[in-house]
Ligand binder design. Structure first.
Ligand code: C5P
Length: 224
């Protein structure tokens, strides 16, 4: 039986994480936050003193990650070797390091099966950069969620401030543009909308409007 998949891709700060979580919760489906796997890989490599550009060693770390995800109030906990690293991997530095290891083909290949294992009944909402184009290329619903860079930086700023982090908006915008550039220009699985993806610009929409639209599309495709 093929498991229904909603692939939600797009640049950082477009709201994919929040939207994917809300859609998965509303439908009672599983959730894959694929970015966390790249963040965890970079973090675990750093812990072992492995340079992020050591392709073979980082890919081996990715293949052997001892990680589990646990649902908790307000989100998902990331447990690496029995240690909660949810906060550590969610920093801007963690995102930057993730985008460096994510540009490596061997690292991406090492994480493919682990991502596909998330597709279990009754369905999966998969959040990332290449969910529709590579990992779940036969997904029935593919969405490319985007927003202007100013709006994405503003959203990320608010998110980090709400978590009590000390951040500056101009620095955040710069980091975001740099990460967009690295993600879009890499040769393997670059960030771009799959040919059959529906592009959803959320610049002028609130989260609930985006969630409602995604669920409406899902109900058309999968007759929920
Ligand atoms: O989505 P998040 O910000 O957690 O992703 C961190 C980084 O991981 C991205 O900037 C991107 O380089 C990489 N990534 C990826 N493919 C995915 C998910 C994330 O290359 N499917």
């Amino acid at each position: 039986m093929t498991v229904p998949v909603i692939a939600i891709d797009g640049p950082g700060g477009a709201g994919k994480g929040t939207v994917s979580q809300m859609v998965a919760q509303q439908l009672g489906w599983h959730l894959l936050d694929s970015g966390s796997l790249y963040r965890i890989t970079a973090y675990a490599a750093g812990q072992r003193g492995i340079a992020l550009d050591d392709s073979t060693a980082v890919a081996q770390v990715a293949r052997n990650l001892d990680v589990r995800f646990e649902s908790a109030v307000g989100g998902v906990l990331v447990i690496l070797q029995n240690q909660d690293v949810s906060a550590e991997i969610r920093t801007e530095e963690g995102g930057r390091a993730a985008s460096v290891v994510a540009a490596d083909a061997a690292v991406r290949a090492a994480l493919i099966d682990r991502q596909r294992d998330f597709a279990k009944p009754p369905g999966l909402v998969a959040d990332g950069r290449d969910m529709g184009s590579v990992v779940f290329s036969s997904a029935g619903l593919k969405i490319f969620l985007t927003a202007s860079v100013q709006e994405r930086a503003r959203r990320r700023y608010k998110q980090l401030k709400d978590k009590g982090m000390d951040v500056s908006l101009p620095a955040l915008s710069r980091d975001m543009e740099e990460r967009d550039r690295r993600d879009s220009q890499r040769s393997v699985a670059p960030l771009r909308a799959a040919e059959d993806a529906r592009v959803l610009d959320s610049t002028d929409l609130d989260v609930q409007e985006v969630v409602d639209l995604v669920i409406f599309w899902a109900s058309e495709v999968y007759s929920l």
